[in-house]
Every structure is written in structure tokens, then in C-alpha cells.
Design a protein. Sequence first.
Length: 197
Amino acid sequence: MIKPIYFFALVCLTISPCYSDSIHEIKNTKDTKLIKLHTTKGDIVIKLFTDKAPETVKNFLHYTKNENYNGTIFHRVIPNFMIQGGGLMPGMGEINTISPVVNESNNDISNKKGTISMARTSDPHSATSQFFINLKDNDFLDRANAPDNFGYCVFGEVVEGIEIVESIGTVSTGNNAGHSDVPLIDIIIETVEVIEE
């Protein structure tokens, strides 16, 4: 059963005034893939770090190439924190998932604004299909700062469409089928495609 992501310290949230430059140092890695999320809010292009989080990227591409993400929603949105999707359909039905992926948060990539990470439960190695995109620098989610010594694995970053991510982060939310912070109007991931191998 897919459960909502558990975060260690929601009280640590602050507003980040700009798109952090600190993640750009890892942009030019050779072993990357580009994927595009086509959403009802617009397109988001994400560079996946296949050399920094190989098992996590392989897991994400499994769901992408099997079209499991098509038609899912961003089901959890917390302003100035993150937007989460990849596991639920409109109406809050769960998609089928494969075995969890090992947590690769030891890759020294921080949860900066615009990075994409795997969502999980309190079990560090429980991530399946759900992911989240950071709306601000959330360093407290990093392995180095995590009470469980694992934190959340960053496996890519937004390279186009950060304004779409920010727009999703401002939508009105409420409770739905036992889930909190659910957008009142569905934000659908229509398709996900690999645009550069």
C-alpha cells in the first residue's frame, strides 16, 4: 500500500527567495537522461542523475516506460515545501507498484529547490513510485541532517518548467479520501516521456 511521505520536521519550512545555484554543479554529468512530464499545468523537463542514483533512476524509468505515471495526479501539495505525485489516480485510487528501491541518499546531492526525490514512509527503503519536487531548499531532508541517517534520495532536477512547479505549489488544497493537502482541482500528469537517452 502506498502511504504518504513522512517528513522529519515540517516546522523547519522557510520561504526560499530564489532558485538555488548550489545544485548547478552537478548539471554537467555525462551519464544523464532527460524526461518530460506533460501535466495539465504545463510541461516540466527533468534531468535524471543516472550516475548519482542509478537504481532510483532505473526504478523511475520502469514506471515511465510502462506508462504507470500516465493519468496520475499530484496528490499532495504543501506551499513553500514540495509537490508530490506518482502514485495516485483521480479519485485517490493507487497504482500498482513493484518492489521498493534501495535508498541512495548517500550520493551527496541535497534536496535543493527544483530537485526531484523519492517519497517514502518511515522505512528508509520503502520508496516505490511516488516522488516529490522541492519548492525550496529542504536541506533537513538530506541524509546528513536526517534523524534516521538516511533522509530522502535526490535523483534529478528540473531544468525547464520550474515556473510550472511553482504554479502547482500555489493551488488550493483540502482533504480527500483520508489524504491531506490534496489539490481541490486535479493536476494530472498526462504522460511522461524520455526525451533524451
